[in-house]
Write a protein that binds this ligand. Structure first.
Ligand code: SF4
Ligand code: SF4
Length: 144
C-alpha cells in the first residue's frame, strides 16, 4: 500500500480517510518534555534515544520525546482491535489535522543519539580539559 494512496480532496462523501491509511497514528506516541538546558539534560535525552526507535523533536518551541512502537491492539489490516473500548485520546484524535499526508517537518528533529550529542557539543562551551601539571624547574649548582 503506498503511504498516501489518496488525497484528502479525492475522498467521496462519507468516505473515511483512515480506510486508506496504514494507521500512522497508532504506531508511536510522543510526550512533551522540559526544554533541555545543560549538558546533563542532553545526555539524558541521548540515553532515552539509546532505547530503540526514539526521536526528539521541537515544535513551536516545545520539546517532545517520540517513541515509535505499534499499539498492541492494532490489527494486521490497520484497524483498531478495541474500537469500542479505545482510550479517550484515540477518540479525540481526528483526521482533520492528522499526519496522514503530513510531510513530518519539525523545527528541529533528532533521529539518533549521536545527533543529540553533536548538537549539545555545538551549543555548549567546550568541556574543560584537565590542566597538565607544571614541570618544576630545578636549578642545579654549576660546579667549575
Ligand atoms: S487519523 Fe490520520 S493518521 Fe490516523 S489512521 Fe486516520 S488517516 Fe491515518
Ligand atoms: S487503541 Fe486502537 S485507535 Fe488507539 S492507538 Fe491502539 S489501535 Fe489505534
Amino acid at each position: 500500500m503506498p503511504l498516501f494512496p489518496i488525497k484528502r480532496s479525492q475522498l467521496s462523501p462519507g468516505e473515511v480517510l483512515c480506510s486508506h491509511c496504514t494507521a500512522l497514528c497508532c504506531r508511536y506516541f510522543s510526550v512533551p518534555i522540559e526544554t533541555p538546558t545543560n549538558r546533563k539534560d542532553f545526555d539524558n535525552l541521548r540515553w532515552f534515544m539509546l532505547h530503540g526507535h526514539v526521536t526528539v523533536y521541537v515544535e513551536d518551541g516545545t520539546w517532545y520525546l517520540c517513541v515509535y512502537s505499534d499499539c498492541r491492539h492494532l490489527l494486521p489490516d490497520n484497524r483498531c482491535g478495541i474500537y469500542d473500548d479505545r482510550p479517550q485520546i484515540c477518540r479525540e484524535y481526528s483526521t482533520s489535522k492528522c499526519e496522514y499526508d503530513d510531510p513530518g517537518l519539525h523545527e528541529r528533529l533528532f533521529e539518533t543519539p549521536e545527533q543529540i550529542a553533536e548538537y549539545a557539543e555545538a551549543i555548549f562551551p567546550p568541556k574543560r580539559t584537565q590542566k597538565r601539571p607544571e614541570v618544576r624547574r630545578i636549578s642545579l649548582p654549576i660546579v667549575s
